[in-house]
Design a protein around this ligand. Structure first.
Ligand code: PXP
Length: 241
């Protein structure tokens, strides 16, 4: 069964829009878990635009299932991640001007820095270290070479594909990438832009995916139907096969 991890960043986005103390991503995380999520994801960005260090500490203390700490290789954030020692650390590229993560890491160009951060994370007791990568064979091979034991394959182009044919082509790229990662001994996660409509098509076409990380679609639906229902609906979509 594919694990469902819910990203609670946008609960914090809403809170921060009014510089308030609510809604609290820590409360949201607990409700997500009660509604069937296997774990919680957050991204501590360098600019702290949504999740804060206080959120990280409280999520680490309260999340019962799997905790996925998304981070860049920036020094301070790496130190916090080592201190928290989550179940999973997912390294992502980060640009301050971006609205959201725009694509996978360039692992080949940043191999030395990534290797040293990955080693520090393992030394701090993090068992699973994942690199967010596009479905590009050289990047996937490089992820294994720098010591990651997992990749999160970037599904943004699949999610944004303008036509059915484009979506099919993107699914093929993802399937080839997932197969290559599996053969290289890497665990395969997936995320970005997955939602209630595209999830089953993604699952039909892409093998070896052990875990999905879904944020915006679930938090957006939660505004209208409540977070319990939103999580139950995505859980049902994920497990309808
Ligand atoms: N995976 C990674 C690496 C991400 O950066 C994000 C966005 O924060 C997600 C998954 C979740 O994407 P979405 O919010 O579109 O579901």
């Amino acid at each position: 069964m594919t694990n469902l991890l819910i990203n609670v960043d946008h609960v914090a986005t809403l809170r921060n829009a009014r510089q308030e103390t609510f809604p609290d991503p820590v409360h949201a995380a607990a409700r997500c878990e009660h509604a069937g999520a296997d774990g919680i994801v957050f991204h501590l960005r360098e600019d702290r635009r949504h999740i804060t260090e206080r959120d990280v500490r409280q999520l680490a203390a309260t999340v019962q299932g799997k905790l996925d700490f998304e981070l860049s290789t920036e020094e301070e954030v790496v130190s916090i991640c080592c201190d928290v020692s989550p179940d999973l650390a997912t390294l992502v590229p980060e640009r301050r001007e971006e609205v959201t993560t725009e694509g996978g890491l360039d692992v080949t160009a940043n191999a030395d820095r990534l290797r040293s951060v990955i080693d520090r994370l393992y030394d701090a007791g993090v068992e699973q270290v994942s690199l967010f990568v596009d479905p590009v064979p050289e990047q996937i091979e490089a992820a294994a070479a720098v010591g990651a034991n997992t990749i999160e394959i970037h599904t943004g182009d699949f999610a944004d594909a303008p036509t059915e044919a484009d979506q099919r082509a993107e699914a093929e790229r993802l399937a080839t990438g997932a197969q290559a990662a599996h053969e290289a001994g890497l665990r395969v996660h997936a995320g970005h832009g997955l939602n209630y409509r595209n999830l089953s098509r993604f699952q039909e076409r892409v093998p070896h995916v052990q875990e999905v990380s879904i944020g915006f679609a679930v938090i957006a639906r939660a505004v209208l139907v409540g977070i319990d229902q939103a999580v139950r609906d995505i859980h049902a979509a994920l497990h309808q096969h």
